[in-house]
Ligand binder design. Structure first.
Ligand code: AMP
Ligand code: GLY
Length: 425
């Protein structure tokens, strides 16, 4: 099979890398891909943008692409799946209607209410005045969310009323464009977060290994929010008992509620959860795609051929698919970022040491790089995600950092405490 992967991050590099481990996959084409996918054997980049649906369809039809896997939320929310399916292509990723579970937080809240899925109490507002009255009645801490896609910047966990009111004013001031025309205000949940990426064919849903990520830029989970500075799997907080509850209280009701709305959802349903101090799983948000960098921590542990699993989802055959198999042990993924990230950062800096990092046994997934004149250069805020596996978390952490330390470029930054919560496990 030939697989086309849409996207250009570390997640897409990890997907391409995993597909190519299967003897059934002859080639992977990445649109547009990055320096890492350009260097991968049997993988090539295609210089189209992720919203050039016509170009992607034409390429896929002419080149006998067996399956298209969509990484980022943006093309999904713009209807890439609807467009490609109308041309009889096989797509792993939900339709535009299904992608609303991520692209509209108000829509997702409504679905959760309908399906009685445990989540933070919330209200939706379309004007600042009534939102502020509500905030004053509720008190802080409180969480303010722009309704639509805001590139990870639309959420404020406010610890004071002033901060909450400023966040509401910012949303309605047009800072997030249309994404901020509705604001969701919700109860602040306490506990530990866990990411459950589940694959579904719209009827059956099966979770991958639970993962945890580190969203803050600084050590001890401090400082600004980022796209994710590292991740690890399998997260021990999600015990088999909690996983069972997640399946019956969250994943299955979500799929049923989507079906009740006549939504044919085939792809990843990613549940971002809080495990409360009482041990109850509650939904913080749903995403309509693989998580980044969780995917880079999860896929290296997968034994089941990825293309078979995802293809079964596109064919509505997940119920008949054998149990998903995993390697024993643990995986840790450390993100290397550019100086200044998540703020302004330079691009185009030469990178060395990638081959030496790979020689340690770590997988070096490129997140923001480009190949220029046979030299890998930086091309984004998050530049690499380096993953290693080990029999224990401690081993996987040590192996991942051994890889990270081989890589060099000017101003590179990484957290030295990734997976601190699972040290000794
Ligand atoms: P989201 O974009 O919805 O994932 O939110 C980004 C981050 O904000 C989450 O990963 C949480 O750390 C935090 N967050 C969002 N909603 C809540 C909530 N209701 N209670 C506590 N923290 C939250
Ligand atoms: N790691 C968070 C996300 O993919 O949204």
């Amino acid at each position: 099979m030939r697989v086309l992967v849409v996207g250009n991050g570390g997640r897409e590099h990890a997907l391409a890398w995993k597909f190519l481990q299967s003897p059934q996959v002859q080639q992977v084409v990445c649109v547009p891909g990055n320096g890492g996918t350009a260097s991968l054997k049997n993988c090539r980049n295609l210089a189209l943008s992720v919203d050039d649906f016509e170009g992607i369809a034409r390429y896929a039809l002419v080149n006998n692409i067996g399956m298209i896997v969509v990484g980022p939320e943006l093309p999904l929310s713009l209807g890439i799946t609807d467009f490609l399916k109308a041309q009889d292509l096989k797509v792993f990723g939900p339709t535009q209607e299904g992608a609303q579970i991520e692209s509209s937080k108000a829509w997702a809240k409504d679905l959760m209410r309908e399906a009685a899925i445990p989540t933070a109490r919330a209200e939706v507002f379309t004007d600042a005045d009534s939102a502020i009255v509500y905030i004053r009645a509720q008190g802080a801490p409180i969480v303010i969310k722009a309704d639509g896609l805001a590139a990870g910047k639309g959420v404020t966990v406010a610890t004071s009323l002033e901060q909450a009111e400023n966040a509401v004013t910012a949303c309605f001031s047009g800072q997030f464009g249309k994404a901020g025309s509705q604001v969701v205000i919700e109860e602040c949940l306490q506990g530990q977060e866990v990411s459950i990426l589940a694959v579904t064919d719209g009827l059956t849903i099966r979770p991958l290994l639970p993962a945890q990520d580190h969203k803050r830029i600084g050590e001890n989970d401090t400082g600004e929010n980022t796209g994710g500075m590292g991740a690890y799997a399998p997260a021990p907080i999600a015990t088999p008992e909690i996983m069972q509850r997640i399946q019956t209280e969250i994943l299955e009701p979500a799929i049923r509620a989507l079906r009740d709305r006549n939504i044919d959802y085939r792809g990843v349903l990613y549940a971002g959860l809080m495990i409360t101090p009482e041990g109850d799983p509650k939904v913080i948000e749903f995403n309509c795609r693989f998580g980044d960098p969780e995917t880079q921590a999860i896929l290296p542990l997968l034994e089941t051929p990825l293309e078979k699993l995802l293809y079964a989802c596109t064919q509505r055959k997940l119920a008949d698919f054998p149990e998903i198999e995993w390697k024993s042990g643990a995986a840790t993924c450390v993100v290397i970022a550019s100086e200044g990230y998540p703020g302004n950062h330079p691009k185009g800096l030469a990178v060395s040491g990638i081959a030496a990092a790979e020689e340690t046994g770590a997988a070096v997934f490129h997140a923001g790089t480009q190949m220029k004149n046979n030299q890998i250069v930086t091309d984004g805020g998050r530049v690499f995600s380096v993953t290693a596996i080990g029999e224990t978390f401690d081993q996987s952490i040590e192996n991942a950092y051994r890889g990270v330390e081989r890589i060099q470029f000017e101003g590179m930054y990484y957290r030295r405490d990734i997976a601190y919560r699972v040290k000794g496990k």
